[in-house]
Write a protein that binds this ligand. Structure first.
Ligand code: NDP
Length: 246
């Protein structure tokens, strides 16, 4: 029970990697707050966890809106008095080659992936600063480190998250708050499930460990950073990609 009694907020956690992080943390004794733009689907995930006798709650929140984040955080603090761990996970893609990329696709990706991290961290850090403790984990991507044709918006947003993570680490270190990023490579998801055999083979040949990652691979690294094992780590980006970016 490495996270016994910890209150953890995970954005975009109704499904995918965020849901797996929430499940992993709840099994370690945390109360997980499942937050998602789709409130109904957050509620369904929460109900699933409660049926497993895990401690969970759910809130609807659009991370791109400071108002929406503030409203959710006020409710959480009212009920639980604190947030010990924040996982900024909500993220989207709107891929296209730059010349075809629409301004709205740039704005949507940067707003969700980067501004969303700013809004949640700004609002939630207030209570962490008062408590003089807290852990912030931002889900970035190897694409923010190595780039990718057709993902200029996504890559810029994730590189921004890595820079943000380091700055916040410096800003908050003296108050006992750590800030780290996790940068996954190819992870099994609705997107990767749709790949045809040829594309899957091509991807596999670029991964030294010869398998696509699982949401669990990402969740375990988040668990390490969030638990006492990660206490002396801040400002880092941990790559979870089976060696792809070597
Ligand atoms: P999913 O699309 O499966 O899940 C993302 C979740 O975020 C969805 O529940 C989505 O809700 C929610 N969401 C979208 N926009 C907002 C918003 N504005 N406010 C709150 N919630 C929102 O993504 P993954 O699980 O695959 O990815 C999770 C994170 O991991 C992302 O940051 C992604 O960039 C990163 N990542 C993923 C990789 C992969 O291979 N899957 C690789 C590297 C990084 P809804 O479904 O209603 O839209």
């Amino acid at each position: 029970m490495r996270l016994k009694d910890q209150i953890v907020l995970i954005t975009g956690s109704a499904r995918g990697i965020g849901k797996e992080i929430a499940l992993t943390f709840a099994k370690e004794g945390a109360t997980v707050v499942i937050s998602d733009i789709n409130g109904e689907s957050a509620q369904e995930t929460c109900a699933e966890f409660i049926r497993m006798n895990l401690s969970a709650d759910s809130f609807s929140c659009d991370v791109t809106s400071m108002e929406s984040v503030k409203e959710m955080v006020d409710k959480i603090l009212d009920k639980y008095k604190r947030i010990d761990i924040l996982i900024n996970n909500a993220g989207i893609t709107r891929d296209n080659l730059l010349l075809r990329m629409r301004e709205c696709d740039w704005d949507a990706v940067v707003s969700t992936n980067l501004k969303g991290v700013f809004c949640c961290t700004k609002i939630i850090s207030k209570s962490m600063l008062k408590a003089r403790k807290g852990k912030i984990i931002n889900i970035a991507s190897i694409i923010g480190i190595v780039g990718n044709a057709g993902q200029a918006n996504y890559s810029a947003s994730k590189a921004g998250v890595i820079g943000f993570t380091k700055s916040i680490a410096k800003e908050f270190a003296s108050r006992g708050i750590t800030s780290n990023a996790v940068a996954p490579g190819y992870i099994q998801s609705e997107m990767t499930n749709k790949l045809n055999d040829k594309d899957r083979e091509k991807i596999l040949s670029s991964i030294p460990l010869n398998r696509i990652g699982t949401p669990k691979d990402v969740a375990h690294v988040c668990l390490f950073l969030a638990s006492s094992g990660g206490d002396y780590i801040t400002g880092q980006t941990i790559v979870v990609d089976g060696g792809m970016a070597i």
